[in-house]
Design a protein around this ligand. Structure first.
Ligand code: ADP
Length: 495
C-alpha cells in the first residue's frame, strides 16, 4: 500500500488559543490544528499579529513584506511557533490595524471597531497570497477559513487560483456574525467582484463576508451536525437559510472536539485538588476552595450553579438576569457564580444584583481563563441556556469535570447533552438537563429538576460518571476533516 500524499493545510482565523481568544473559535482552531498534525497533516495557522500573539508566539521571523492593501500601509508576514508546541503559526503584522489596544473586535469601551471590514480584509488578502505561495512559503493544498473574518478568502482564491490551486473549506462557527459592510467600501478594500462573485458577496444592498464564504468555498461545514440542519431553516439561518440550503449537497456538520489534556480535572494546574471519575473526592475540595475564593458560604451540600460565557442575547444572559433572584430565593442554600462579559447593559444589570445575596451569589464581570477552570472544577451544575448554539464548548468542558449541564437542546448542545428521562437513566446515557422554552420559567424549571436530582447523591453520581465518560476529543473530528480535505483535493485534481 502506498502512503497517502502529504497534505498542507492552512487554517485561517481571527483568534487562536492561546495567542488570542474571545470564545470557542480560538479553542477550536488550535485544537483542530494540533490534532491534524498528530494525524500527519502539515497543518499551519494564520491570524492577525495582535500584541498578545506577538508576545506569546515563539521564534518569530519575518518571511515577507506585505504590500499596502485595503487602504492600509505595507505590513509584514511573520512565521513562528505556537507557545507550547512545534506548530507553525503565521502572523499578519499590520500595527495600525491590530495593535491599538482594546478587544479583538471592539474598542476598550465595548463599541464595535468601525474598521473591522478593513482589518479582516487585510487578513484575507494575506492568507490568500500565503496559500498561493506568493510570499516565499510553499503553496498549500487546502485553505480552511473560519467565520466571516476570513469569508473573503474563498472569494479571493476563486479569483486567483488556477486548476491546481488550493481547495477551500469554510467553517461556520456562528451565523449571527455576518461581516456586513457597505458595497461602496469594496474598491477601497481591493475587493473587485463581478458577476457570480458579486452575487455571492451581495446581501440586501450590502456586502456580507460570511455569505461570500458560504457561496464560494468548495465545501461548508458547521461545528455540529445539528447546527448544519438548523441553519437551513428561517429560525436559525439569520436570513441566509436559503443561501445555505442551496449548498446542502456541500454542507456537513462536524462536532468540535476539546483538548482533554487542558480541560479536565486530573492534571489541572488551576484546580485546588486533582480528581477523576474513579476518585471524585477532589471535587469536594475544589468546591470548598471555590466557595472560599468567591466569598460564598462554605457549604459542601449547597447546590452551586455557574454560568461561564458571553453575556449576550445568544446565551440567554438577559433571561438569566431576570431569573436569578427567583432562582436564589427558591431555596435558601442555592449558590450561583457568574463569570462573563459582553453587552454593557447586561453587565451593569448583573453588577447591580451582586450585593443582594451575600454568601450565595458571586458575579465576576471579566474574562479569566484560569478561573473558568476553577468554576468547572468546583461547581455542581453549569447553566448553558442558549437561544441558538453552533457547538458550545463550555458544556463539554463542564462534563469532563463532572459538572452537570443544564441546556436548551439546540445545535451542539443537543448533539452533546442527553436529557435525564426514565429511558436515558435506564441505559446510563443521561448526562444533563434540557429546557425547551427560552423563557424564565423554562430555565428555572430545568434548574429545579437538576437540583432535585443533585439532592439524591447516588443518582447524581451516576450522572457525573456518564458525563465524565464522554469522549469529546478531537480524534474523531480531525479524522473527519482530514477525509474532507482529501475529498476536496481529489475533486480539484480531477478538474
Ligand atoms: P462561544 O464561542 O459562543 O462564546 P463556546 O461555549 O463555544 O461559546 O466557547 C466559549 C469559550 O470561551 C469557552 O472556552 C469558555 O470557557 C470561554 N469563555 C467565555 N467567556 C469567558 C470568560 N468571561 N472568562 C473565561 N472564559 C470564558
Amino acid at each position: 500500500m502506498t502512503a497517502p500524499l502529504p497534505l498542507r493545510v492552512l487554517l485561517a482565523a481571527s483568534e487562536i488559543y492561546p495567542l488570542a481568544k474571545t470564545g470557542g473559535l480560538a479553542d477550536a482552531t488550535a485544537g483542530l490544528a494540533t490534532s491534524l498534525s498528530a494525524l500527519g497533516v502539515e497543518a499551519m495557522m494564520v491570524m492577525p499579529a495582535y500584541q498578545s500573539a506577538l508576545d506569546q508566539a515563539r521564534d518569530l521571523i519575518e518571511v515577507a513584506v506585505l504590500p499596502a492593501r485595503a487602504g492600509a500601509g505595507p505590513g509584514r508576514l511573520l512565521r513562528g511557533l505556537m507557545p507550547d508546541q512545534n506548530l507553525v503559526v503565521y502572523l499578519v503584522d499590520q500595527p495600525e490595524l491590530y495593535k491599538d489596544g482594546g478587544g479583538l473586535y471592539v474598542h476598550a469601551d465595548g463599541s464595535d471597531r468601525a474598521n473591522n471590514p478593513q482589518r479582516f480584509t487585510v487578513l484575507s488578502h494575506a492568507t490568500c497570497a500565503l496559500a498561493l505561495g506568493q510570499l516565499g512559503e510553499a503553496a498549500v493544498d487546502v485553505v480552511h477559513a473560519n467565520d466571516w473574518h476570513t469569508g473573503l478568502v474563498p472569494l479571493l482564491l476563486a479569483q486567483q487560483r488556477d486548476a491546481t490551486g488550493p481547495s477551500t473549506l469554510f467553517t461556520v462557527h456562528n451565523m449571527a456574525f455576518q461581516g456586513l459592510c457597505p458595497l461602496a467600501l469594496l474598491p477601497g478594500l481591493d475587493i473587485h467582484a463581478e458577476g457570480e462573485h458579486f452575487q455571492a458577496l451581495e446581501y440586501f444592498g450590502q456586502a456580507s463576508f460570511l455569505k461570500a464564504g458560504l457561496v464560494l468555498s468548495d465545501w461548508v461545514t458547521t461545528v455540529s451536525p445539528r447546527y448544519a440542519q438548523e441553519i437551513c431553516t428561517p429560525e436559525f439561518g439569520f436570513g441566509l437559510d436559503g443561501v445555505i440550503a442551496a449548498r446542502a449537497d456541500r454542507l456537513s456538520g462536524i462536532l468540535n472536539g476539546i483538548d482533554h489534556s487542558v480541560w479536565g480535572p486530573e492534571n489541572n494546574p488551576w484546580l485546588a485538588a486533582p480528581y477523576s471519575a474513579e476518585h471524585l473526592a477532589g471535587k469536594a475540595q475544589c468546591k470548598a476552595a471555590l466557595q472560599c475564593e468567591l466569598g460564598l458560604d462554605l457549604n459542601p451540600d449547597a447546590p452551586l450553579i455557574s454560568f461561564i460565557g458571553r453575556l449576550t442575547w445568544q446565551k440567554m444572559a438577559d433571561v438569566l438576569l431576570q431569573a436569578l433572584p427567583r432562582l436564589l430565593e427558591a431555596e435558601p442554600d442555592r449558590q450561583f457564580a457568574l463569570l462573563g462579559e459582553g453587552d454593557r447593559e447586561l453587565e451593569l444589570g448583573f453588577r447591580a444584583l451582586a450585593g443582594h445575596f451575600p454568601g450565595r451569589l458571586a458575579i465576576d464581570i471579566g474574562y479569566a481563563e484560569a478561573k473558568a477552570h476553577r468554576l468547572h472544577g468546583g461547581s455542581d451544575i453549569l447553566l448553558h441556556g442558549s437561544r441558538f448554539e453552533p457547538c458550545g464548548l463550555t458544556q463539554m468542558y463542564a462534563m469532563t469535570f463532572g459538572t452537570i449541564p443544564v441546556v436548551r437542546p439546540v445545535g451542539g448542545l443537543a448533539d452533546t447533552v442527553v436529557d435525564v428521562s426514565p429511558e436515558t437513566l435506564g441505559d446510563d446515557s443521561a448526562n444533563g438537563f434540557y429546557f425547551d422554552e427560552p423563557s424564565i420559567e423554562g430555565m428555572l424549571g430545568a434548574i429545579d429538576r437538576a437540583i432535585s436530582h443533585y439532592r439524591q447523591p447516588m443518582a447524581w453520581r451516576k450522572l457525573q460518571l456518564a458525563a465524565m465518560a464522554s469522549d469529546f476529543s478531537w480524534r474523531g473530528p480531525a479524522q473527519r476533516y482530514l477525509s474532507l480535505y482529501r475529498h476536496l483535493q481529489q475533486g480539484r485534481s480531477r478538474t
